[in-house]
Design a protein around this ligand. Sequence first.
Ligand code: GSH
Length: 208
Amino acid sequence: MKLYYATGTCSLSPHIVAKEAGIVFETEKVDTRKTPHVTENGLDYTTVNPNHYVPALRLDDGSVLTEGAAIVQYLADLKPESGLAPAAGTVERSRLQSWLNFIASELHKMYSPWLFHPEYGTQAQDVARAKIAERLASVERHLAENGPFLLGEDFTAADAYLFTIVGWSPYTKVDLAAFPILRDFMARVGARPAVQAAMRAEGMRVAA
Ligand SMILES: N[C@@H](CCC(=O)N[C@@H](CS)C(=O)NCC(=O)O)C(=O)O
C-alpha cells in the first residue's frame, strides 16, 4: 500500500491512523502547490486522483481509495484490534462516521480552502472563522461531557482527523483560547508516540 500525502495537510490523519495501527506502507509526497500536482517521483498526480487532492491510498491490487474519512476507516479495519474504529454495523461505528462526517464538512471544509487563500477576502474569512468557532464550541461541550476522546475513553480515527484539522488553527488565525478542553485534547493527542512518528515522517516539527 502507498499513501499519497502532502506535509501537514489532511493526509496527516490517515498517516496517524496507520502509525497507531502499526500498518507499514510506502508514502509518496505530492507537491500540491504545482499545477498539475506532481509527486516526488515525478508522477502527474491527476493520474492517481483525478480530483487532484490528497490523501489517496494505493491498495495492493493497484486500485486507489480516496477521501480521508473512507481511508481512515479502511486502515482501521485492517487492524480491528487497534480499536481505531468500532466494528461495522454497531451504533458506535455510526457515531465514528458521524464525527468523521462532521469534521470533514463542518470543520475541514471551513478551514480549507477559505482560511488558506487570502484572495477570498477578509469578509469571507471572518464568516468562516465565526462558523468554525461555533463548531469548536460544540466539540468543546462534547469533550467536556463525553471525553477525553470523541468516542469516549478510547482514541479513534476521528480523533486523528480532529487533531489534524484543528492543528491548522495557529496558521489560520483561529483562536482556541475559549476552548481549554480542546486545547488539552490537542496537547494530549500531540504527545502520542504514533502521532509524533507520523508528523516526523512528514517532516513536521514536533513539540518537545
Ligand atoms: N474531500 C477530500 C478533500 C481533501 C482535501 O481538501 N485535500 C487538500 C489538502 S487538506 C488538497 O489536497 N488540496 C489541494 C487541491 O485540492 O488541489 C477529503 O476529505 O479527502
